[in-house]
Design a binder for this molecule. Sequence first.
Ligand SMILES: Cc1cc2nc3c(=O)[nH]c(=O)nc-3n(C[C@H](O)[C@H](O)[C@H](O)COP(=O)(O)O)c2cc1C
Length: 343
Amino acid sequence: MQIGSCELDGNLALAPMAGVTDPAFRLVCLKAGAAFAVGEMAASGSHLQETEMTRRRYACDARERFPVVQILGADPVEMARAAERAQASGAAMVDVNFGCPARVVCGKACGSAIMREPQLAGKILRAVASAVTIPVSVKMRTGWDAATKTAVPIAQMAQDAGFSLVTVHGRTRSERFSGSVNAADIAEVVRAVSLPVLANGDAATPAKALALLRETGAAGVMIGRAACGNPWIFSRTRALLAGRPDPGEPAAREVRETVFHHLALLFEGEALDAPGREAWLVRTFRKHLMQYLRGFCPQGTDGRARLSAMLRLEARAALEDALEEFFRQVPETAVRMTDGCRR
Ligand SMILES: Cc1cc2nc3c(=O)[nH]c(=O)nc-3n(C[C@H](O)[C@H](O)[C@H](O)COP(=O)(O)O)c2cc1C
């Protein structure tokens, strides 16, 4: 897929997910075949106190071929400054968040609340585009609610402002994550602009990602929740896109290697003498671990008790020992059985 003057390897992207798409997970998904991965939303606004979290969200890892920083805010001037900061941090693209449905975000008139205000949306888009020289993109919902579907005019404003990419999650804000994605609404945006559009929402399996691509006519698919603890969704979907058969779920040996690799990336460069940092990192890893190990669940009360004990650990060494023990109980060639569990 082409974004600006950059030719990316493939047309599948990892969706930004606050609390999930940290640098370690992004690198794991890129290795598995994502063309690019969007970081967790980073706040704009000079009035905001600079926190360690904000600093980390703007930081770019040179190993990401095409690092993308997503910015959030409602003030065009502050959003322009945020875009400049992302560019200065080494981002290859800045993504504007018009999609977050969280009450705390919409309460500050940010995220998907901006879908209610096309005029403000236009000002933000123009300010961001003129602040940087790198490509800019916007991720939006289809609108605020069924009566306020504004994705088409806002995507057109993005195009007029010089944006290089639009991503549409096929739900309104009022739908949050309920019901199913409206592919027809995404397709309408695809038809209304000449920019590449990524379709997003409910691509829970490789077959569903392919179906979303076909139903919308989008240039690519952005995958979020289904990638958590499951980076193979990228390699498997790529196989289908290339006309090859789906290689299927990974075997235990591959899952083990990826789990340890992900854990090592998560701890890279961390100052573990900082109080509570190690436990925080291990806790962060749990949401991935649960998904990585789903489908290998050891049978019987004993197995389940061992698994839940592992998910309560807070020290890296203890977790690694427990993981070694876990994988000793599973034949290396056993195939994970989770596709049936994914929506
Ligand atoms: C835990 C979580 C955090 C999210 N954080 C963000 C975010 O920071 N920025 C954003 O634009 N969307 C965010 N989203 C929305 C996702 O990027 C995506 O649009 C949504 O999950 C639908 O795609 P999916 O069905 O493939 O998960 C988040 C979603 C989840 C589940």
